[in-house]
Design a binder for this molecule. Structure first.
Ligand code: ADP
Ligand code: ZN
Length: 213
């Protein structure tokens, strides 16, 4: 399947994407993970993205479109892909539309995961992430078996640099201003599925019902 997952930071895009990869072999593509990897590796891309990311601001559309133009051409995208955290601005959505048309591809739908702000705030402040493989934990509801150590890969599980209270509040403002309008954009394209759900399983069921898989 080919989906876009829309939703505020902490809405559960990553968790839902990981569950969906298990259904049909579609690959999760998270621009946030790609960028964090580049920052950790100290590449040129990482150096360009680092300051914006730490402040909770968006990285430039040009940088993101460069990454995605290459990424969507890779072989593992053939069975399908789950776009997690991309597109995030109207110009990115418009550029993606052109890119997909040129590639002769069509998305199944755009899933808008709608979660109340208080739930989001609570999730983000308690969220912890594996620095090596990106696995997501929660200090309250889903801690790693050994504190600070990833169950899957043994990597360090830490709080992201952009998950301080100040950066979180900025990310939510940026989301409302720049990304929330994408729901209207995809509504007009006739592709939007809005799910009001706080459980990832309910989101998965709604997606299956919509695209018939
Ligand atoms: P979130 O939990 O906010 O959804 P992500 O892991 O998707 O976090 O992204 C982390 C950061 O990476 C964002 O705050 C932003 O700085 C940058 N980023 C990720 N995807 C994009 C994008 N499509 N456009 C611009 N910036 C992005
Ligand atoms: Zn890990």
């Amino acid at each position: 399947m080919k989906l876009i997952l829309l939703g505020a930071p902490g809405a559960g895009k990553g968790t839902v994407a990981k569950l969906l990869t298990k259904l049909d072999g579609s690959v999760q593509i998270s621009t946030g993970d790609i960028l964090r990897g580049a920052v950790a590796a100290g590449t040129e891309l990482g150096m360009k993205a680092k300051a914006a990311m730490e402040a909770g601001d968006l990285v430039s559309d040009d940088l993101i479109m460069g990454i995605m133009a290459d990424r969507l051409k890779e072989d593992d995208c053939k069975p399908g892909y789950l776009l997690d955290g991309f597109p995030r601005t109207i110009p990115q959505a418009e550029a993606l539309k052109v890119m997909l048309t040129n590639m002769g591809e069509k998305l199944d739908c755009v899933v808008n995961i709608d979660v109340p702000r208080d739930v989001i705030l609570d999730r983000l402040t308690t969220r912890r992430t594996c620095e090596s493989c990106g696995e997501i934990y929660n200090v309250k509801s889903n801690p790693p078996k050994a504190e600070g150590v990833c169950d899957k890969c043994g990597g360090p599980v830490t709080q992201r640099a952009d998950e301080t209270e100040e950066a979180i509040s900025n990310r939510l403002d940026v989301y409302n201003e720049k990304t929330a309008p994408l729901a209207g954009f995809y509504e007009k394209e006739g592709m939007l599925l809005t799910v009001n759900a706080t459980s990832s399983d309910a989101v998965i069921e709604a997606i299956k019902a919509k695209i018939g898989k």
